[in-house]
Design a protein around this ligand. Structure first.
Ligand code: SF4
Length: 430
């Protein structure tokens, strides 16, 4: 079968035959399937018992052996003839790509598995596709040169490729999948860098994709080192899902390279606590030890992480691996994702169920990225019940209501000496 050859530098013409073991020769083992996937080895053995440690720990092996067709998928996940026919239909419009590592996280016996829902297509992607738009954030309109989005004054987004190890079914840039795998050419990258050089107000560059870590480390280094030489670029951010879907990519060579060009921040998206595996934890630890802080941007998804309990486990789990829960995104209004979108109230209830009930560090900011490029807006549950110029009525996380004096500069006649000391007379629990 066709596999993706990962050379030192990916180019748009990367579909080649390879001598490597094709995915079709990776057979699942029925006996091993009965083992609970509680350890990394059990998980791997359930689907890939014949794969050597060397291959399993090599991100390029995983990349080459991504599951990209329905018939390959059916070797691992039980699919009825009807499901197969539906998946064939969906993948004509929205293709499929799953790394062996991420596949190993799926429970094949559970059709409602939250990992499965993120990776395996659903018929609703085509039956509900009249809802939403292809490019709700209007990234094309805000592109100043091909691949460079300049929406906010002090920061830009560099989209270097449309290639991803996993096609996340809720992806905002799902429109790009059908374009067959492109990487920005050297002259396109140079045009982006030139724009950044000329706009001294840009202090923050977000390197994204697709997934930019599909590029070879040496290729990424050329871009990062050039960005670092631009004096007004203060920080570089990398948006990648590799720590979650293929943590083997976060190897020593990559981390050593990043450590030379800091400050670099890395944003990833864990969406479910079962994605926090020992392999993912080690990848994040390697990044942190290289001086790269890791933040998490999860997407709120129906049937995946749309409960307080799941989000609490996710955010507490992230803190344990020293990853900060940064954003919880309302799923964008993208065509082909409607079945995964939740009412806005769900996000508000989740924040309400976290704030005060667990460490503040475990509470992400709930955000809607507004359509038509309106930008991000954070939403909070309403804790202020009433407000005058002098005071507010505020409810706390337990539902108790408090009066809160609104500080303002005192008037001259209010300045009195209080001989008995300060009293706590103006705070009343209602
Ligand atoms: S890794 Fe990011 S860009 Fe790629 S499919 Fe997933 S959400 Fe989309």
């Amino acid at each position: 079968m066709k596999t993706l050859e990962v050379s030192t530098k990916l180019t748009p013409t990367i579909q080649t035959e390879t001598d490597e073991e094709p995915p079709s020769s990776i057979t699942s083992s029925p006996e091993a399937e009965e083992e609970p996937p509680s350890t990394p080895l059990n998980r791997r053995n359930r689907f890939f018992p014949k794969v050597s440690d060397r291959d399993w720990n090599d991100w390029k092996w995983h990349f080459r052996n991504r599951i990209t067709t329905v018939s390959e998928l059916a070797q691992f996940i039980p699919l009825s003839p009807k499901e197969k026919a539906q998946l064939e239909l969906v993948t004509k419009r929205y293709p499929l790509s799953i790394t062996p590592y991420y596949l190993s996280l799926i429970d094949p016996a559970d059709p409602a598995d939250p990992i499965r829902k993120q990776a395996i297509p659903a018929i609703e992607e085509v039956t509900l596709c009249t809802m939403g738009t292809e490019d709700p954030l209007e990234e094309r309109k805000h592109s100043v040169v091909p691949g460079l989005v300049h929406r906010y004054s002090d920061r830009v987004l560099m989209v270097l490729t449309d290639i991803c190890p996993l096609f996340c079914r809720y992806c905002t840039r799902k429109r790009e999948w059908k374009n067959g795998g492109w990487v920005r050419t050297a002259s396109e990258v140079e045009a982006m860098l030139d724009y950044i050089r000329q706009h001294t107000e840009i202090r923050d560059v977000i390197v994204s994709g697709g997934d930019p870590l599909t590029l070879a480390t040496s290729h990424l280094e050329e871009i990062l080192s050039t960005l670092r030489r631009i004096k007004h670029v203060e920080i570089i951010r990398i948006g990648t899902r590799f720590p979650v879907v293929l943590p083997q990519r976060i190897d020593k060579e990559f981390c050593d390279m990043l450590s030379k060009y800091g400050p670099i921040w890395l944003n990833t998206h864990f969406n479910h606590y079962r994605e926090i595996t020992p392999e993912a934890a080690e990848a994040c630890d390697r990044l942190l030890r290289s001086g790269v802080p890791v933040n998490n941007q999860s997407v709120l998804l129906r049937g995946v992480n749309d409960s307080v309990e799941t989000q609490k486990k996710l955010c507490q789990g992230l803190l344990k691996i020293k990853v900060r829960p940064y954003y919880l995104f309302q799923c964008d209004e993208v065509q082909g994702t409607e079945h995964l979108r939740t009412p806005v109230e769900v996000g508000l209830k989740i924040i309400e169920g976290l704030r005060g009930h667990t460490s503040g560090l475990a509470v992400p900011t709930f955000v809607i990225d507004l359509p038509q490029g309106g930008g991000k807006v954070s939403l909070q549950p309403n804790y202020v019940l009433a407000q005058t110029e002098d005071e507010l009525l505020i409810r706390n996380y337990q539902g108790h209501v408090f009066r809160y004096r609104n500080p303002r500069p005192p008037k001259r006649e209010e300045l009195k000496i209080q001989p008995e000391g300060v009293r706590d007379a103006d705070r009343v629990v209602v």
